[in-house]
Write a protein that binds this ligand. Structure first.
Ligand SMILES: Nc1ncnc2c1ncn2[C@@H]1O[C@H](COP(=O)(O)OP(=O)(O)OP(=O)(O)O)[C@@H](O)[C@H]1O
Ligand SMILES: [Mg+2]
Length: 491
């Protein structure tokens, strides 16, 4: 059932069509003149507008109804009714966003079909828009947490290159957020409404991966019972994410190189090229140069993929982000599933800050998830963390080169660490505040660090929009950029 606004100056048509649509279960608002219909658009917020193009003896008003209907939020779908010799105007109406047109005289069945088609198109489109909006929220910029200088570099890079078509190589140890970055690139580009297709290149044997990526035609091999589109074709208009690209076989490397050079794919068993418009983001958790030296990765492919490289820091290179990430997981990601608010003691936080995290952010997330289940009353204590964390941290205290690290605080493990969810204004200072074990650095450098963290927090809070961040900070955009750059140049 839909709300339909109907406009026609021919009263018989108005009556007959209204009755018909009501029989179909729709709510109908009939109008016989353009001005009243235009006022009716805002009053009734219809899902569908069916309008004649000629009424009141002028042509313009019909088109004006189309234009105003499409400008509603959400826009109404439009079907125009045309008489003999007005097809040209109907085409102009479709340019203004009308979905379809009906030529007078039309049959009842024609009208019904046209309405059904338009409404189901509209439903599908609304669903897609809604889904994509949700995805964008889930994978946007602000899901990547970090204020360490190396992460600020990453944010800047994503912002700079997201909306280009350049091939990107994301590098980083396992669990550093390579896929998160690839998604942020996609959802911050004009390709965001087309598919993002992730492929793990190490998960499939060579021939399966080949037919997954490029598709195959019927009979190409035993078991190929029909034609199948490859993932490159599925990603048309969007982004393909080739994870662990270093593990591709020599044959697949040369096929990939051809796709990057010629922008076309050939299905297995078929020689016909299919043009694809796909942006490639690749990732690797080991340096590809090593593979090139060993002879297992093509150098020419490497240069094609490595047009722009985004290196991600390991978590131990940005320990200052650990409290921020912990807050993101406990107060954000894990909060909906928890039966009570999650908190963490100072001692447990100290352990998180000292541990080396070979599995990076993913390992931190898993450790916190486990602790959240085991802990009592929502308060995570040192004893709730995986035992190997505690052991590793205590071991390092015994090693001579880390003797500068003070022993774990001898306070009872109940003092709560003040967590601030990412985005809260306090976080900048909380995250950047030097812990007891931080080395003393010159005052100027310290203040610069503080300022940078604060600026980045503001930018993150504004969803990456620097103009808005500057407004909130009460400084000009130029000043914001200058401060960001100055921090970079004078470490
Ligand atoms: N900077 C970050 N902020 C918030 N969450 C992060 C960040 N980096 C990683 N994560 C989280 O850690 C987990 C692992 O991230 P992701 O899958 O992107 O890593 P990866 O580098 O692709 O790992 P692998 O090499 O093992 O595939 C995900 O749940 C992701 O949401
Ligand atoms: Mg990954």
């Amino acid at each position: 059932m839909a709300k339909v606004l109907l406009v026609d100056d021919d009263l018989t048509t108005l009556q007959v069509v209204s009755e018909l649509l009501r029989q179909e279960g729709h709510e109908v608002f009939p109008f016989s003149n353009g001005n009243a219909a235009i006022a009716g658009l805002t009053a009734h917020a219809p899902d569908l507008v069916i309008t004649d193009l000629y009424f009141d003896k002028t042509r313009a008003q019909g088109l004006e109804v189309v234009e105003k209907a499409r400008a509603l939020s959400p826009p109404a779908e439009v079907i125009v009714i045309t008489g003999f010799g007005t097809i040209e105007t109907a085409l102009r109406a479709t340019k203004l966003g009308a979905y379809d047109y009906l030529e007078k005289p039309f049959k009842v069945e024609e009208l019904k079909l046209c309405v059904q088609r338009t409404l189901s198109y509209s439903a599908a489109r609304n669903e897609t828009v809604h889904l994509r909006r949700q995805l964008k929220k889930k994978y946007g910029f602000d899901q990547i947490v970090g204020s360490a200088p190396k992460m600020v570099e990453v944010f800047k890079m994503i912002e700079r290159v997201a909306n280009t078509d350049s091939t990107i190589l994301v590098l980083g140890e396992s669990g550093t957020g390579k896929e998160l970055v690839a998604r942020a690139l996609h959802y911050n580009s004009r390709r965001q409404f087309a598919p993002f297709v992730p492929v793990n290149c190490s998960a499939l044997p060579e021939n399966l991966l080949e037919s997954e990526l490029f598709g195959h035609c019927r009979g190409a091999f035993t078991g190929a019972i029909g034609d199948k589109k490859g993932l490159f074709e599925e990603a048309d208009g969007g982004t393909i994410f080739l994870d662990e690209v270093g593990s591709m076989s020599a044959m697949l490397q040369s096929r990939l190189l051809r796709v990057l050079q010629e922008r076309e794919v050939r299905r297995v068993g078929e020689n016909r090229p299919i043009y694809v418009n796909v942006r490639v983001v690749a990732a690797s958790n080991e340096p590809l140069e090593k593979r090139i030296k060993e002879g297992s990765f093509r150098e020419d492919l490497y240069y094609r993929l490595n047009v722009i490289a985004i290196p991600l820091p390991s978590l131990r290179e940005r320990r200052e982000d650990i409290p921020l990430l912990t807050a993101h997981f406990l107060k954000g990601k894990m909060a909906p599933a928890a039966s009570q608010p999650l908190r963490i003691t100072r001692q447990a936080m100290e352990i998180l800050r000292r541990y080396d995290w070979p599995g990076n952010v993913r390992e931190l997330e898993n450790a916190l998830e486990r602790a959240a289940v085991l802990c009592e009353g929502g308060l995570i204590q040192a004893a709730d963390l995986p035992p190997h964390l505690l052991a590793a941290v205590q071991d390092t205290d015994l090693m001579p080169e880390t003797q500068t690290a003070p022993p774990l605080p001898a306070v009872p493990d109940s003092a709560v660490y003040p967590l601030h969810p990412p985005g809260a204004p306090e976080t900048a200072s909380a995250a950047a505040a030097p812990g007891a074990d931080a080395p003393i650095i010159p005052m100027k450098a310290y203040l610069q660090q503080q300022e940078l963290a604060y600026l980045n927090r503001a930018i993150q809070q504004c969803g990456g929009n620097k103009e808005q961040a500057a407004l909130q900070l009460g400084i000009s955009v130029a000043t914001l950029y200058r401060r960001l750059n100055a921090e970079e140049k004078e470490p």
